[in-house]
Write a protein that binds this ligand. Structure first.
Ligand code: NDP
Length: 395
């Protein structure tokens, strides 16, 4: 029986993870569930999955959770704050930690799980973008396992040979082909993008996801963050990662080999497949996902990405090539800009403008030999600069 901590249990990935977990009561048990403010949903999940610990980051919400669970027999111990998240990521009775908090807020508990040698099921791509070197080093030092949950990276992991960490060139890999749906505005006239509403941006054509990643998909910043994530996970660089727009989201990504072979992983767009893959690996377990019907899909389309339409994708590639603090600044500015767009303070094209302005204002610094506190300080400075640019645009 493997104990599981689900960080971000109340979110889209968290809910899918609990669905997979509940299908295998003989294999997994929930030890800890965490959320930020949604006490009502976490309370329901606690009643259903009976974890030993529940973490509400927000102290007032933690108090509300306590009230909601007051009559529950054997109710979970309630912890709060980032310290609570770190504690449940490193518990001895936990084998697997699902890292599904959204944004850089997921970094500290994900690092704690890596330091503690857990199997880290990584959905929180922002952790790798902000602190890729630190996270990969923590995994190497502790012997933790890092398994990708992002459907593209999970697909690549499935298409690579087991010894890929020897180096992609040594195992005959020429290129990674990272597929992208292109989001809801792939074919919109450019001049209409200023009128995009948060509701339109969050209505993704093929995936049902949280609001932040839905907006990131619409700007294609999500694909940019994933390029950076792929470079860390698979030990490669941007010259060996090509983005391929594939609107049907049936092929989740591909690996091109030196001998001309191209291996792909296909499936219906449902995150329970990569979650079940990473939880069961190296075995295959049921995920509850409907089998793919190729006759119903009928056709698969591919296009080159349009960097003029999607400036966030260009900025992410540039930040990845620049290295140092650039990816952390990119990520922080994007989090502020997306939140401002969702609050209707800036328009859709304003997201890329705020990110670009922040990257220009904060010169790239080296991260060589630097630790977590330095990166968190970079994150803070980038957020302050981005907020300043948001105010200038909004005002
Ligand atoms: P959601 O917005 O649906 O859920 C986010 C979760 O994180 C919630 O449980 C939320 O709690 C919690 N949370 C939010 N802010 C904080 C904080 N400051 N501290 C602690 N916890 C916090 O996000 P998704 O599930 O869509 O995405 C989660 C991660 O997975 C992201 O990094 C995303 O990029 C990645 N991912 C998501 C995919 C998807 O299909 N959704 C696909 C691939 C990757 P509360 O409910 O209380 O706010």
């Amino acid at each position: 029986m493997i104990g599981v901590t689900v960080l971000g249990a109340t979110g889209s990935i968290g809910v899918s993870t609990l669905d997979v977990l509940a299908r295998h009561p003989d294999r997994f048990r929930a030890v800890a569930l965490t959320a930020n403010t949604d006490a009502e949903r976490l309370a329901e999940q606690c009643r259903r999955h009976r974890p030993q610990y529940a973490v509400m980051v927000d102290p007032e919400a933690a108090q509300r959770l306590g009230e909601l669970l007051a009559d529950m027999p054997e109710r979970p111990e309630i912890l709060t704050g980032v310290e609570g998240l770190e504690q449940v990521s490193a518990l001895p009775e936990v084998g697997y930690v699902m890292a599904a908090i959204v944004g850089a807020a997921g970094l500290r508990p994900t690092l704690a799980a890596a330091h503690a040698g857990k199997r880290v099921l990584l959905a929180n791509k922002e952790s790798l973008v902000v602190a890729g070197a630190l996270l990969m080093q923590a995994v190497a030092d502790s012997g933790a396992e890092l398994l990708p949950i992002d459907s593209e990276h999970n697909a690549i992991f499935q298409c690579l040979p087991p010894n890929f960490s020897d180096g992609l060139d040594r195992v005959g890999v020429r290129r990674i082909l990272l597929t992208a749906s292109g989001g809801p505005f792939r074919d919109w006239p450019l001049e209409r993008l200023t009128s995009v509403t948060p509701e339109q941006a969050c209505a993704h054509p093929t995936w049902d996801m949280g609001r932040k990643i839905s907006v990131d998909s619409a700007t294609m910043m999500n694909k940019g963050l994933e390029v950076i994530e792929a470079c860390w996970l698979f030990g490669t660089d941007t010259d060996h990662v090509q983005v391929v727009v594939h609107p049907q989201s049936v092929i989740h990504s591909l690996v091109q080999y030196d001998d001309g072979s191209v291996l792909a992983q296909l499936g219906n767009p449902d995150m329970r497949t990569p979650i079940a893959h990473a939880m069961g690996w190296p075995e295959r377990i049921d995920s509850g996902v409907t089998p793919l019907d190729l006759f119903a899909v009928a056709r698969l389309d591919f296009q080159e990405p349009d960097f003029a339409r999607f400036p966030c994708l260009r900025l992410a590639f540039e930040s990845a090539r620049a290295g140092g603090t650039a990816p952390a600044v990119l990520n922080a500015a994007n989090e502020i800009a997306v939140a401002a767009f969702l609050d209707r303070r800036i328009d859709f094209p304003g997201i890329a403008a705020v990110v670009e302005g922040t990257l220009e204002a904060l010169p790239r610094e080296s991260v060589e030999g630097q630790g977590l506190e330095f990166l968190l300080d970079v994150d803070r400075r980038a957020r302050a600069q981005a907020e300043h640019l948001v105010q200038a645009r909004a005002g």
